[in-house]
Design a protein around this ligand. Structure first.
Ligand SMILES: [Fe+2]
Ligand SMILES: [Fe+2]
Length: 165
């Protein structure tokens, strides 16, 4: 099984540990910040997939519209998981979506490319979060976020296959 922590060097984690008053306890503020980044990205994904589900046109509309609608639901569930994690850490969950523009198009190829970039970024964000959660030592939190990470990775691979001729 691919463990995302391998993507990140130990030094990048250690450099975030400035709180020596609580030895062995990673500051949760950095984790909450990263989770909020993930949450705002999910909120953007909800808006993006709802838009593309409505606008995708041509011969592929029938199945792609349904597929994007499912992605809306998945993003809503991911957002709920991340929000719960922030609540558990006593943080304040963001309510604004990430401001990265959502390209308006009904061209299915352009849409798939936008979706691909969005899923790649999501996988990267969760890949960065997991080592922080591992550091915290909360296995319940780790397991729930790892599921989301694997969902994003599966979406990246799925979109890559969908774009292949
Ligand atoms: Fe997601
Ligand atoms: Fe996703």
């Amino acid at each position: 099984m691919l463990r995302p922590k391998k993507l990140y060097s130990k030094t990048s984690i250690d450099s975030t540990r400035h709180n020596h008053e609580n030895e062995g306890y990673m500051p949760t503020s950095q984790l909450v910040e990263a989770l909020n980044q993930a949450l705002s990205w999910e909120l953007r994904a909800i808006a993006m997939y709802a838009h593309y589900s409505a606008y995708v046109s041509g011969i592929h509309r029938l199945h792609l519209s349904a597929h994007f609608s499912n992605e809306v639901n998945e993003s809503v569930m991911h957002a709920a998981t991340v929000r719960s994690a922030i609540v558990k850490l006593d943080g304040t969950a963001i309510t604004e979506r990430d401001p990265s523009p959502i390209v308006h198009t009904s061209n299915y190829r352009e849409i798939l490319e936008e979706a691909y970039q969005t899923e790649k970024a999501a996988a990267e964000i969760y890949g960065g979060i997991l080592p922080l959660v591992e550091e915290l030592g909360d296995s319940e939190l780790y397991d729930s976020l790892e599921v989301v990470y694997f969902d994003e990775q599966r979406s990246v691979e799925e979109l890559r296959m969908m774009m292949k001729e």
